[in-house]
Design a protein around this ligand. Sequence first.
Ligand SMILES: CC(C)(COP(=O)(O)OP(=O)(O)OC[C@H]1O[C@@H](n2cnc3c(N)ncnc32)[C@H](O)[C@@H]1OP(=O)(O)O)[C@@H](O)C(=O)NCCC(=O)NCCS
Length: 145
Amino acid sequence: MFFRKAVDADIYRFVEFRKILLKHEDDNSLDNVFTDHFTNALHNNSLIAWVAEDDKQIISTVCFSICQLVPRFDNPSGEIAYLSNVYTLPSYRRQGIATNLMREAINNVKSHGISKILLHSSDMAKSFYEKLGFVEGKDYFELRI
Ligand SMILES: CC(C)(COP(=O)(O)OP(=O)(O)OC[C@H]1O[C@@H](n2cnc3c(N)ncnc32)[C@H](O)[C@@H]1OP(=O)(O)O)[C@@H](O)C(=O)NCCC(=O)NCCS
Protein backbone atom coordinates (compact mmCIF):
# COMPACT_ATOMS: atom_id res chain seq x y z
CA MET A 1 0.00 0.00 0.00
CA PHE A 2 1.37 3.42 -0.85
CA PHE A 3 0.19 6.96 -1.47
CA ARG A 4 1.13 9.10 -4.45
CA LYS A 5 0.04 12.02 -6.60
CA ALA A 6 -2.36 11.08 -9.39
CA VAL A 7 -1.23 10.90 -13.01
CA ASP A 8 -3.19 10.80 -16.28
CA ALA A 9 -3.43 7.00 -16.22
CA ASP A 10 -5.44 7.21 -12.97
CA ILE A 11 -8.16 9.47 -14.32
CA TYR A 12 -10.52 6.64 -15.27
CA ARG A 13 -10.66 5.74 -11.55
CA PHE A 14 -11.52 9.29 -10.52
CA VAL A 15 -14.34 9.23 -13.07
CA GLU A 16 -15.57 5.87 -11.75
CA PHE A 17 -15.50 7.05 -8.11
CA ARG A 18 -17.09 10.40 -9.02
CA LYS A 19 -20.07 8.61 -10.56
CA ILE A 20 -20.44 6.38 -7.50
CA LEU A 21 -20.33 9.44 -5.23
CA LEU A 22 -22.97 11.14 -7.39
CA LYS A 23 -25.09 7.95 -7.42
CA HIS A 24 -24.81 7.67 -11.22
CA GLU A 25 -22.64 4.55 -11.38
CA ASP A 26 -24.18 3.19 -14.57
CA ASP A 27 -24.56 6.52 -16.35
CA ASN A 28 -21.79 7.00 -18.93
CA SER A 29 -23.25 10.16 -20.44
CA LEU A 30 -20.76 12.52 -18.76
CA ASP A 31 -17.66 10.32 -18.90
CA ASN A 32 -15.99 12.57 -21.47
CA VAL A 33 -16.89 15.68 -19.49
CA PHE A 34 -15.40 14.25 -16.28
CA THR A 35 -12.33 12.90 -18.09
CA ASP A 36 -11.69 16.24 -19.82
CA HIS A 37 -12.09 18.08 -16.54
CA PHE A 38 -9.67 15.88 -14.61
CA THR A 39 -7.16 15.89 -17.48
CA ASN A 40 -7.20 19.65 -18.00
CA ALA A 41 -7.22 20.46 -14.29
CA LEU A 42 -4.30 18.13 -13.57
CA HIS A 43 -2.32 19.66 -16.43
CA ASN A 44 -2.99 23.30 -15.53
CA ASN A 45 -2.36 22.61 -11.81
CA SER A 46 -5.83 23.68 -10.71
CA LEU A 47 -6.32 20.18 -9.27
CA ILE A 48 -4.20 18.38 -6.68
CA ALA A 49 -5.24 14.73 -6.74
CA TRP A 50 -3.85 11.85 -4.68
CA VAL A 51 -4.43 8.11 -4.72
CA ALA A 52 -3.81 5.15 -2.42
CA GLU A 53 -2.61 2.12 -4.37
CA ASP A 54 -2.62 -1.51 -3.28
CA ASP A 55 -1.46 -4.34 -5.50
CA LYS A 56 -1.50 -2.01 -8.57
CA GLN A 57 -5.13 -1.08 -7.88
CA ILE A 58 -6.31 2.41 -6.87
CA ILE A 59 -8.36 1.87 -3.74
CA SER A 60 -8.85 5.41 -2.40
CA THR A 61 -8.77 8.94 -3.84
CA VAL A 62 -8.92 12.58 -2.76
CA CYS A 63 -9.06 15.73 -4.92
CA PHE A 64 -8.42 19.37 -4.12
CA SER A 65 -9.67 21.94 -6.64
CA ILE A 66 -7.59 25.09 -6.25
CA CYS A 67 -9.90 28.09 -6.38
CA GLN A 68 -8.87 31.72 -6.67
CA LEU A 69 -11.10 33.91 -4.52
CA VAL A 70 -10.88 37.63 -3.83
CA PRO A 71 -8.07 38.09 -1.24
CA ARG A 72 -8.94 38.57 2.43
CA PHE A 73 -6.84 39.84 5.34
CA ASP A 74 -6.74 36.29 6.72
CA ASN A 75 -5.93 34.84 3.26
CA PRO A 76 -3.96 37.38 1.19
CA SER A 77 -3.38 35.00 -1.74
CA GLY A 78 -7.13 34.40 -2.02
CA GLU A 79 -6.40 30.75 -2.87
CA ILE A 80 -8.40 28.00 -1.21
CA ALA A 81 -8.68 24.27 -1.84
CA TYR A 82 -12.10 22.66 -2.27
CA LEU A 83 -12.03 18.97 -1.39
CA SER A 84 -13.97 16.36 -3.35
CA ASN A 85 -13.83 12.78 -4.68
CA VAL A 86 -13.02 11.43 -1.23
CA TYR A 87 -13.65 7.72 -1.66
CA THR A 88 -12.34 4.37 -0.42
CA LEU A 89 -13.43 1.07 -1.93
CA PRO A 90 -15.85 -0.62 0.52
CA SER A 91 -13.62 -3.64 1.19
CA TYR A 92 -10.76 -1.33 2.31
CA ARG A 93 -12.74 0.91 4.67
CA ARG A 94 -12.06 1.50 8.39
CA GLN A 95 -8.36 0.71 8.06
CA GLY A 96 -7.17 4.32 8.23
CA ILE A 97 -6.49 4.49 4.48
CA ALA A 98 -8.42 7.69 3.69
CA THR A 99 -7.02 9.33 6.84
CA ASN A 100 -3.43 8.59 5.86
CA LEU A 101 -4.06 9.56 2.24
CA MET A 102 -5.62 12.86 3.37
CA ARG A 103 -2.66 13.62 5.61
CA GLU A 104 -0.19 13.12 2.75
CA ALA A 105 -2.34 15.12 0.35
CA ILE A 106 -2.96 17.97 2.83
CA ASN A 107 0.80 18.33 3.36
CA ASN A 108 1.17 18.62 -0.39
CA VAL A 109 -1.62 21.23 -0.59
CA LYS A 110 0.06 23.17 2.21
CA SER A 111 3.37 23.14 0.32
CA HIS A 112 1.61 25.10 -2.42
CA GLY A 113 1.02 27.96 0.04
CA ILE A 114 -2.68 27.16 0.54
CA SER A 115 -3.94 27.61 4.08
CA LYS A 116 -7.64 26.85 3.87
CA ILE A 117 -9.60 23.76 2.78
CA LEU A 118 -13.37 23.73 2.37
CA LEU A 119 -15.77 20.89 1.60
CA HIS A 120 -19.34 19.72 1.73
CA SER A 121 -19.56 16.47 3.67
CA SER A 122 -21.81 13.49 3.15
CA ASP A 123 -23.61 12.49 6.37
CA MET A 124 -21.54 9.32 6.60
CA ALA A 125 -18.22 11.17 6.40
CA LYS A 126 -18.80 13.90 9.01
CA SER A 127 -16.99 12.11 11.82
CA PHE A 128 -14.19 11.21 9.39
CA TYR A 129 -13.58 14.91 8.65
CA GLU A 130 -13.99 15.96 12.28
CA LYS A 131 -11.33 13.45 13.29
CA LEU A 132 -8.98 15.14 10.79
CA GLY A 133 -9.62 18.51 12.43
CA PHE A 134 -12.22 19.93 10.06
CA VAL A 135 -14.80 22.15 11.71
CA GLU A 136 -18.43 22.25 10.55
CA GLY A 137 -19.52 25.78 9.71
CA LYS A 138 -22.79 27.22 8.44
CA ASP A 139 -22.17 26.26 4.81
CA TYR A 140 -18.97 24.22 4.73
CA PHE A 141 -16.60 22.03 6.67
CA GLU A 142 -13.36 23.99 7.02
CA LEU A 143 -9.76 23.19 7.91
CA ARG A 144 -7.01 25.77 8.45
CA ILE A 145 -3.63 24.27 7.57
C1 LIG B 1 -15.69 8.35 4.18
C2 LIG B 1 -14.66 7.37 3.62
C3 LIG B 1 -13.86 8.06 2.50
C4 LIG B 1 -13.71 6.96 4.75
O1 LIG B 1 -12.72 6.12 4.18
P1 LIG B 1 -11.87 5.11 5.11
O2 LIG B 1 -10.65 4.72 4.34
O3 LIG B 1 -12.74 4.02 5.58
O4 LIG B 1 -11.53 6.08 6.32
P2 LIG B 1 -10.64 5.77 7.63
O5 LIG B 1 -10.46 4.30 7.84
O6 LIG B 1 -9.40 6.58 7.52
O7 LIG B 1 -11.58 6.34 8.79
C5 LIG B 1 -11.04 7.14 9.81
C6 LIG B 1 -12.11 7.47 10.81
O8 LIG B 1 -13.19 8.16 10.20
C7 LIG B 1 -14.42 7.77 10.83
N1 LIG B 1 -15.26 7.04 9.89
C8 LIG B 1 -14.91 6.54 8.68
N2 LIG B 1 -15.97 5.93 8.09
C9 LIG B 1 -17.01 6.04 8.96
C10 LIG B 1 -18.36 5.62 8.93
N3 LIG B 1 -18.88 4.93 7.89
N4 LIG B 1 -19.16 5.92 9.99
C11 LIG B 1 -18.67 6.60 11.05
N5 LIG B 1 -17.38 7.04 11.14
C12 LIG B 1 -16.57 6.76 10.10
C13 LIG B 1 -14.04 6.85 11.99
O9 LIG B 1 -13.82 7.69 13.11
C14 LIG B 1 -12.74 6.26 11.49
O10 LIG B 1 -11.90 5.82 12.51
P3 LIG B 1 -12.15 4.36 13.18
O11 LIG B 1 -12.28 3.38 12.03
O12 LIG B 1 -10.91 4.15 14.00
O13 LIG B 1 -13.41 4.45 13.99
C15 LIG B 1 -15.35 6.07 3.07
O14 LIG B 1 -16.20 5.56 4.06
C16 LIG B 1 -16.14 6.29 1.80
O15 LIG B 1 -15.59 6.20 0.70
N6 LIG B 1 -17.45 6.56 1.95
C17 LIG B 1 -18.35 6.73 0.81
C18 LIG B 1 -18.08 8.01 0.09
C19 LIG B 1 -18.17 9.23 0.97
O16 LIG B 1 -19.08 9.42 1.78
N7 LIG B 1 -17.16 10.11 0.77
C20 LIG B 1 -17.10 11.40 1.43
C21 LIG B 1 -17.79 12.39 0.54
S1 LIG B 1 -17.91 13.99 1.33
